[in-house]
Design a protein around this ligand. Structure first.
Ligand code: PLP
Length: 468
């Protein structure tokens, strides 16, 4: 089959080399060897093509990152120009570079009030490592070095470095090593579906936030450095907290003087219909971790925005912050970000998510709840999730799920993939987070395909005798 420049691909040979040599992230290699990896070769707008020439509509923006869509020559051109002018120089020894300066200033203009400083990394995991090290350094500078405990949530995703995995609340990750590191603590996630039985959503939001207060009191407030959370949990399955949750978390952090870190790696740069998710949630974080959407994934880049409180300590109290990466402020990555942010502004992508595409997705995706296989469907901005159930219930809490071992979500995902739409399975919760550039007609196309594949999945599980 052929790619962009008419290049032909030998899929079988690529698959053979892939299983012989390439270790993939989060992959069962034994299982992958049986099926062979699907080889993606080209992207344009919201569509991808594989090496067999099959087209799919990308419901997951690559991996929550290709927010501006594929094939953006303005980003490629900016990177090309920068690579020729200055492919690399470090920012360590009292030096800087033009794209890094411009991007830091640009982000200060886009961020919520009080965020005037950016630290750059190459990934979201490194961004969260940086946020932890900044929080520790902050408390040291403030004369409270015993404040080292970090609190996060179960089923949170904060990356895959050792600190990222410790911050995250993914049991499967913790189980494969000596994780979480000591000093990293977890409270329950604000999932109304999981924990909210017998309460209104508003009541549950307050109750879930108070788990933080309980944990702070258990550890001793004078020992707690920071609380970290995604405004909306992404990899955990698009877990949308009740509206009462974040304002109560904010009140608790304020009460005990604890730093609040917003992990905006997914929610930042427009996903929820605002430049940063915290703005829509009643959060006033001290640190914002970002990555993914900042460059639309064209070149790896992440970072931390430091609010006034932390920045003032780091800058005014003096001394080295002994932290950084060779590629902090990489010129080509920062050039990609600047070009990407220009596209987002020129095309008013954030505003469109808030006023046009987000509401359209909400209506169309929400209507999937009527499907016999779907227990519940919800969305926020351009992120959405639905639960596959064995039997529908009258409320969120009384449907009947499938046995976990049946892996119905994976079955459903395979039908999607084979029929031209990419949706991700988190257990039996199916999620989408399409490019922010996806227009309403393309949303309709995506939803039609999803509905068709839900029908196929329903027939499939019916044949296997799994429906109630
Ligand atoms: C993807 C993700 C990360 C990790 O980013 P990497 O670039 O994969 O290291 C951290 N936090 C959240 C919320 C993410 O979705």
């Amino acid at each position: 089959m052929t790619g962009q420049a008419g290049e032909a691909f030998d899929t079988a040979e690529l698959q053979r080399l892939d299983s012989a040599h390439y270790l993939h992230p989060f992959t069962d290699h034994g299982a992958l060897r049986e099926t062979g990896a699907r080889v993606m070769v080209r992207g344009e707008g919201v569509y991808l093509w594989d090496s067999e020439g099959r087209r799919v509509i990308d419901g997951m923006s690559g991996l929550w990152c290709v927010n501006a869509g594929y094939g953006r020559s303005a980003i490629a051109d900016a990177v090309h120009r920068q690579l020729l002018a200055l492919p690399f120089y470090n920012s360590f020894f009292n030096t800087t570079n033009v794209p890094a300066v411009r991007l830091a200033a640009k982000l200060a203009g886009l961020a919520p009030p009080g965020f005037q400083h950016a630290f750059f990394t190459s990934s979201g995991s490194e961004a969260n490592d940086t946020a932890v090290r900044m929080a520790w350094r902050y408390w040291q500078l403030m004369g409270q070095p015993q404040r080292q405990a970090i609190i996060s949530r179960r089923n949170a995703y904060h990356g895959s470095t050792i600190a990222g995995a410790s911050l995250g609340g993914m049991d499967a990750m913790h189980a494969q090593g000596a994780l979480p590191l000591p000093g990293f603590h977890h409270i329950g996630q604000p999932s109304y579906a999981e924990h909210g039985r017998g309460m209104s959503e508003a009541e549950f939001g307050l109750a879930a936030a108070r788990w933080l207060e309980d944990k702070i009191l258990e550890l001793g407030p004078e020992r707690v450095a920071a609380f970290i959370g995604e405004p909306v949990q992404g990899a955990g399955g698009v877990v949308i907290p009740p509206a009462t949750y974040w304002p109560e978390i904010q009140r608790i952090c304020d009460r005990y003087g604890i730093l609040l870190v917003a992990d905006e790696v997914i929610c930042g740069f427009g996903r929820l219909g605002a430049w940063f998710g915290c703005e829509t949630m009643g959060m006033r974080p001290d640190l914002i971790a970002f990555a993914k959407g900042v460059t639309s994934g064209y070149v790896p880049l992440g970072g931390v925005l430091a609010g006034e409180r932390v920045a003032a300590a780091l800058i005014d109290k003096g001394g080295d912050f002994n932290h950084g990466f060779t590629y902090s402020g990489h010129p080509a990555a920062c050039a990609a970000a600047l070009a990407n942010l220009r596209i987002m502004q020129d095309e008013r992508l954030v505003e469109r998510v808030a006023k046009e595409t987000g509401p359209h997705l909400k209506a169309r995706f929400g209507a999937l709840a009527a499907h016999p296989l779907v227990g519940h469907a919800e969305s926020i901005g351009m992120a959405a999730g639905l639960d596959l159930v064995r039997r529908k219930g009258a409320t969120l809490h009384d449907g009947e799920p499938f046995a976990r071992a049946l892996a119905v979500g994976m079955l459903c995902r395979a039908h999607m993939f084979d029929n031209g739409v990419i949706m991700r399975a988190v257990g039996d919760r199916m999620i989408v987070a399409p490019p922010l550039s996806m227009n309403c007609a393309q949303i309709d196309e995506m939803i039609d395909r999803i509905r068709y594949c839900l029908d196929l999945t329903l027939a499939d599980v019916g044949r296997r005798g799994w429906m109630a």
